[in-house]
Design a protein around this ligand. Structure first.
Ligand SMILES: NC(=O)c1ccc[n+]([C@@H]2O[C@H](COP(=O)([O-])OP(=O)(O)OC[C@H]3O[C@@H](n4cnc5c(N)ncnc54)[C@H](O)[C@@H]3O)[C@@H](O)[C@H]2O)c1
Ligand SMILES: O=c1ccn([C@@H]2O[C@H](COP(=O)(O)OP(=O)(O)O[C@H]3O[C@H](CO)[C@@H](O)[C@H](O)[C@H]3O)[C@@H](O)[C@H]2O)c(=O)[nH]1
Length: 432
């Protein structure tokens, strides 16, 4: 099939590449000329495991092409995916200016039947707004489909190629048939294509993300309470998670959830609720608790250093909002660093992939280390913000010979508490 993807960020790039992989003829369109030129010359502009192999193979097979022209995108595809940003607006709602701006232009450019598919995460009712924006200028038949994306960064290729489910929100039989044909190769494992109305599809995405964010936040509160009463959150987690009604996943406490999705999506669902005369009490608490969780280590660090961090140097391991990505959007590490810098501390940071993205963020105020051990030289403490595998089994003797003092504040519970104590570290983690 002939597919166009408008917006070649994380979701657009993975969508375009994976749809090319199943034999479709894909044109990816982005307004960012630099990015388009990079992709034309074979460079994948994001770090995502396994994407590079598929990307290269499909470019070579001429199934994956790039352009900056929306007009070309509309000419090319029978199905037009919108994978545009829906960032947080000032009032917490999802900003629809990118989606509705492109929809407006589609209305001006469309000359034959197209299925316009919204892959971005958008509030309930957006598909009606997209329809109206296109219809304002177009006299041609078209359909709008809501097809939310559930991929996780770091596992995006696998999640797209072998999804647990595909949600299609549509009211046109013609569009539903086309979408089912397009996605047939991805549901070989028997996982369902779930067809529903557009509003339910739009809400499914927010409900899923908000539920997962709530699950993590609940566990973060249990961890905080464990510290008050001398319980071990690792034991509680396993004890709870083995109940299949609860499940083992997304129960890992830490320094809060981050990333380009959970923080903004929880806020957007809360705002949608308020706009529709419904206050999500649970989401209000999730937002508040997560905000304080991001810096939950700070009082512990301050207490250790007698409330004076001025002139102290901290090594920071992990800048990305989670492992296997270079994405630093809403990364808890950034809040930690900001807070430490404001208290007069110095930072030596290392991340296996995200360093280039942090380069311009704090200017000269932090030293970007050449490797994980370089970030521990002469530090008063090491702070762990992201659970990259490489941090799980450090060379302890190297650490000890580098660090000025043996203090480790672990926001991701990477190590065994008694092992660290036996090694002579003052080891502070979350909920243990
Ligand atoms: N990142 C994820 O893991 C993920 C997963 C599921 C859903 N989502 C949702 O998917 C949507 C896109 O997210 P993302 O992370 O891919 O965004 P992103 O910010 O990484 O990329 C968006 C891209 O759109 C381009 N763009 C902006 N305006 C454009 C225009 N007028 N024409 C063409 N291109 C334009 C930008 O240049 C950028 O390359 C959001 O709604 C997000 O919530 C994201
Ligand atoms: O037990 C856990 C699991 C996750 N996290 C944190 O939660 C955040 C989000 O993690 P994850 O869900 O793995 O990353 P994303 O790539 O943001 O994926 C989420 O957001 C995407 C965008 O909407 C959705 O498509 C995915 O289904 C959804 O998992 C990260 O900061 C993690 O550190 C925890 O603190 N504890």
């Amino acid at each position: 099939m002939r597919i166009s993807v408008i917006g070649t960020g994380y979701v657009g790039l993975v969508t375009g590449t994976c749809l090319a992989e199943t034999g479709n003829d894909v044109l990816c369109v982005d307004i960012d000329e630099h990015k388009v030129n990079q992709m034309k010359s074979g460079i994948v502009p994001i770090y995502e495991p396994h994407l590079d192999v598929l990307f290269e193979r499909n470019i070579k097979a001429s199934r994956l092409k790039f352009s900056t022209s929306l007009e070309k995108g509309l000419e090319h595809g029978d199905i037009i995916f919108l994978a545009l940003p829906t960032p947080e607006d000032e009032d917490g709602s999802a900003d629809l200016k990118y989606i509705l701006g492109v929809a407006d232009n589609i209305g001006k450019l469309i000359t034959e039947y197209k299925v316009i598919v919204d892959k971005s995460t958008v509030p309930v009712g957006t598909s009606d707004k997209v329809k109206a924006a296109i219809a304002k200028n177009a006299n041609i038949e078209f359909d709008v489909v809501s097809n939310p994306e559930f991929l996780r960064e770091g596992f995006a290729v696998d999640d797209f190629l072998k999804p647990e489910r595909i949600v299609i929100g549509a009211s046109s039989e013609k569009a539903i048939k086309l979408m089912e044909k397009l996605y047939k190769p991805f549901v070989r494992s028997g996982n369902p294509i779930i067809v529903m109305d557009e509003r339910s599809a739009e809400l499914t995405k927010y409900a899923a993300n908000s539920f997962l964010a709530t699950k993590i936040t609940f566990m973060n509160e249990i961890a905080n309470f464990c510290e008050k009463v001398g319980a071990d959150v690792d034991k509680v987690r396993v004890g709870m998670g083995t109940d299949s009604r609860i499940g083992k996943r997304f129960l890992f406490p830490g320094i809060g959830y981050g990333g380009s999705c959970f923080p903004k999506d929880v806020k957007a669902l809360f705002k949608s609720g308020m706009d529709n005369d419904y206050e999500f009490g649970i989401l209000k608490s999730v937002i508040e608790v997560n905000d304080s969780q991001k810096t939950i280590l700070i009082p512990k660090i301050e207490a250790h250093f007698n409330n004076s961090l001025k002139g102290k140097t901290f090594g920071v391991w992990g800048l990305a909002f989670k492992p296997e990505t270079d994405d630093i959007r809403e990364a808890p590490s950034l809040y930690m660093i900001e807070e430490l810098l404001s208290k007069g501390a110095k930072i030596k940071a290392f991340d296996p992939e995200a360093m280039p993205n942090v380069k311009n963020k704090f200017g000269d105020n932090i030293y970007l280390a050449s490797d994980m051990y370089d970030a521990t030289k002469d530090v008063d403490a090491l702070i762990i913000c992201t659970e990259w595998s490489i941090f799980r089994t450090p060379d302890i003797s190297k650490l000890k010979s580098n660090m000025k003092a043996f203090n480790v504040f672990d926001g991701r519970n990477l190590y065994d508490v008694s092992d660290m104590k036996n090694e002579g570290f003052n080891y502070i983690s979350i909920g243990r």
